[in-house]
Ligand binder design. Structure first.
Ligand code: GAR
Length: 195
């Protein structure tokens, strides 16, 4: 029997993606499990979601995420194979990229390369999309490298933006796309990558 593949999810906020991904794999065949959820904002709701889901969660201050070694040591201790960024707003340090080469994935709430980069996250993205009168937006799931929102794109999905849409309307459409696609793309990515 092939060994269990362990995922760590890193987040900074609400944690709706973390919850969806965890539930998806909890309902799966058990080959892939969400081992732990790490976060860098003490009062982030993602911690409560982890508790509700029965998943180990751990707070690391942003300084430790930026430096990287304490987090990498923790992930190694727990025998984590893949790292999923789900609303995680810090740049991933080189030490973590080296520890998980090609094994860190991120979701971005826009059609990269548009509306990406430092400071482009969450509602800022949707406000910019509406301000520029875009007729469509979407999600991008990509492998992480040492830049914000770059790295090989694995998947994109598109939604329409109507002239009357507010940033909140766009956020809602993006949320639905994320919930539908992110766990499935993670699963395919991991399974295809393994020999
Ligand atoms: C998601 O929409 C995700 O795409 C976005 O933050 C939100 C987190 O929501 N990520 C970025 O903007 C990264 N640049 P969640 O905490 O409820 O999953």
């Amino acid at each position: 029997m092939s060994p269990t593949i362990r995922i760590a999810i890193l987040g900074s906020g609400n944690g709706t993606n973390a919850q969806r991904i965890t539930e998806y794999f909890q309902q799966g065949d058990g080959r892939i499990v969400v081992d732990c959820i790490l976060y860098n904002k003490k009062d982030a709701y993602i911690a409560q979601r982890a508790a509700n889901l029965g998943v180990t969660s751990r707070y690391f201050p942003s300084s430790q995420f930026r430096e990287g070694t304490a987090v990498v040591d923790y992930l190694r201790e727990r025998k984590v194979d893949y790292v999923v960024l789900a609303g995680f707003l810090l740049l991933v340090p080189q030490v973590m990229l080296d520890a998980f080469p090609g094994r860190i994935v991120n979701i971005h709430p826009a059609l990269l390369p548009k509306y990406g980069g430092k400071g482009m996250y969450g509602s800022h993205v949707h406000e910019a999309v509406v301000a520029h009168h875009e007729t469509e937006s979407g999600i991008t799931i990509h492998v992480v490298d040492n830049r914000y929102d770059c790295g090989t794109t694995l998947f994109q999905a598109v939604c329409k933006v109507e002239p009357t849409d507010t940033p909140d309307d766009v956020a809602q459409k993006i949320h639905l796309l994320e919930q539908e696609h992110f766990p499935v793309v993670i699963e395919k990515w991991i399974k295809n990558e393994r020999p």
